[in-house]
Design a binder for this molecule. Structure first.
Ligand SMILES: *[C@@H]1O[C@H](CO)[C@@H](O)[C@H](O)[C@H]1NC(C)=O
Ligand SMILES: *[C@@H]1O[C@H](CO)[C@@H](O)[C@H](O)[C@H]1NC(C)=O
Ligand SMILES: *[C@@H]1O[C@H](CO)[C@@H](O)[C@H](O)[C@H]1NC(C)=O
Ligand SMILES: *[C@@H]1O[C@H](CO)[C@@H](O)[C@H](O)[C@H]1NC(C)=O
Length: 466
């Protein structure tokens, strides 16, 4: 009996992993390591949330392109829009605490701009409570307060938190989506939970974005319930446990010279950045296992109009714009490698993000079967969520999904058939798969693709633990 069930589990695990086919991405400057190391310029806009209209669609790390009326392509009248599901990364924020060991001279302040966090009941006194806003502080009597960089001594910011400008970007994002979808889907001024849902992760910055976004999407909404899954199984961030996925990713990153060679090649750049920041090499915080921390540290400053940092000991020793641009090219090269170029990246996305795709498949099937009244479903998540979506769909040109980056799944009906259009940055997504550009493909094609990648829920669960 035990043997039999072990065999069944094994067979199921095989089913979820063997049908995955990796279709390599297109060649571009993004995944060209020579260009990342020795080329010039930033791979897009890194200094402002604003993209000029004539260039809208261009990569903007501070505020990625999304669906807007100006660029939206309305399909022919034969197609009726029945359901829209969106997944987006949160908008711009302060750095994470883990990225702040950088000891330099740029400071952040968030007084009066903190997250609002409080409990509320359905009626009576409990429903009419005082709004509570967080303001970070430190007391010098606490001997641990000096373990962060000087830039953060005295900061009133939570690390991380969505900045005031990031809340404004969230609101604009909601307003732009409303202008396109409210009339097409029959969405009212209030968030009506019987037809629309908003979902967040356990990281509070996604709820901070929701505050601005929902006000833009449903302007008459005073307060809203948003959906959240337990962090023990959340499919959106995602935080569900999948040891097979984790070991697969280690084998093609830290365990492979395909990955480590770019870190070696970038040694002179690292030496300069370390001399400004005072970071030791090796360090205990992950500054030298990828460019993630330097990328985040430098880009958050530029996106908020701050200068590039100089050493606290030597004001003439500063990170140059060329060095920052090289960090940004390398960061994008890394994301293309993690999610597209590495041959096992597709299998990784299937395991790591399969649960969310099973949920998406369920939502689409319920609408097609006429069993769901939900017309709009909006997921607010992270780069660690949007990236595996792009990896799963095998986008042709991968990038590091910047702030507010968005993937939209539009389900249309034409006569008795259903079609799917998937938008990335507001335009139909080009993939390297046989599905090609995801522009009005039969919805069944996508459902079959999800099946081939994930199998059933039981298959996925078994494959994650095999
Ligand atoms: C990669 O970039 C380098 C430097 O710009 C260029 O010489 C080379 O042709 C590129 N390789 C490909 C495959 O495009
Ligand atoms: C390293 O790259 C080579 C060439 O693309 C590929 O064949 C090999 O599978 C890669 N190894 C890993 C662990 O990704
Ligand atoms: C600044 O100088 C002090 C004293 O020599 C040293 O401990 C610290 O690491 C230096 N910081 C940086 C960023 O170089
Ligand atoms: C980088 O680290 C320094 C020092 O902790 C901090 O002052 C700065 O704000 C950080 N910036 C980012 C974007 O992480």
């Amino acid at each position: 009996m035990a043997l039999q069930s072990a065999l069944l589990t094994f067979a199921a695990g095989i089913a979820a992993a063997t049908n995955v086919v990796h279709y390599p991405p297109a060649q571009s400057n993004i995944n060209n390591l020579t260009f990342a190391l020795t080329g010039t310029g930033a791979p897009g806009i890194f200094t402002s949330s604003t993209t000029p209209d004539r260039n809208y669609g261009e990569y903007n790390w501070c505020n990625m392109p999304h669906v807007r009326t100006r660029e939206y392509k309305t399909p022919s009248r034969d197609f009726t829009l029945e359901y829209v599901e969106i997944i987006q990364r949160h908008h711009k924020r302060t750095p994470y605490a883990s990225n702040t060991f950088f000891k330099e001279d740029v400071t952040w302040s968030c007084t009066g701009e903190g997250p609002v966090v409080y409990g509320k009941g359905p009626s009576g006194v409990s429903s009419d409570v005082t709004e509570i806003q967080w303001q970070a502080f430190r007391d010098a009597q606490n001997p641990w307060v000096n373990s962060v960089g000087p830039g953060f001594v005295g900061t009133t910011c939570q690390l991380p938190q969505i900045t005031t400008e990031g809340i404004v970007d969230s609101h604009t994002h909601g307003t732009d989506l409303r202008a396109v979808y409210a009339s097409r889907l029959g969405l009212g001024l209030h968030l009506d939970p019987s037809i629309a849902k908003i979902r967040v992760t356990n990281n509070v910055i996604t709820s901070q974005v929701a505050g601005g976004l929902v006000k833009g999407l449903f302007p008459a909404t005073g307060n809203a319930a948003v959906f959240i899954q337990s962090s023990t199984f959340d499919s959106l961030e995602p935080t569900y446990s999948c040891p097979t996925a984790d070991s697969l990713r280690s084998s093609y990153t830290s365990g492979s010279s395909n990955w480590t060679s770019h870190l070696t090649a970038a040694a002179p750049l690292y030496a300069k950045l370390d001399s400004v920041s005072g970071t030791s090499n090796p360090d205990g915080g992950g500054w030298h296992t990828s460019f993630d921390h330097y990328y985040d540290n430098l880009s958050a400053k530029l996106c908020h109009g701050k200068k590039l940092p100089c050493s606290v000991n030597d004001t003439s020793l500063c990170v140059t714009q060329d060095e920052a641009n090289t960090v940004f090219r390398l960061g994008n090269w890394e994301y293309s490698y993690y999610f597209r170029d590495a041959p096992d990246s597709t299998k990784y996305a299937a395991l790591h993000y399969g649960a969310w795709f099973l949920e998406l498949k369920g939502h689409l099937q319920a609408v097609v079967a006429g069993q769901s009244k939900i017309r709009y479903f909006h997921n607010i998540a992270h780069d660690g969520s949007v990236s595996p979506v792009l990896g799963f769909l095998q986008i042709a040109n991968m990038v590091w999904p910047g702030m507010g980056s968005e993937v939209v799944f539009e389900l249309y009906k034409k006569k008795n058939d259903h079609f799917l259009r998937v938008l990335w940055g507001g335009q139909p997504m080009v993939t390297s798969t046989p599905m090609g550009t995801l522009d009005m493909i039969p919805v069944q094609t996508m459902l079959d693709y999800i099946d081939s990648m994930v199998g059933s829920g039981a298959d996925l669960f078994a494959a994650c633990h095999s």
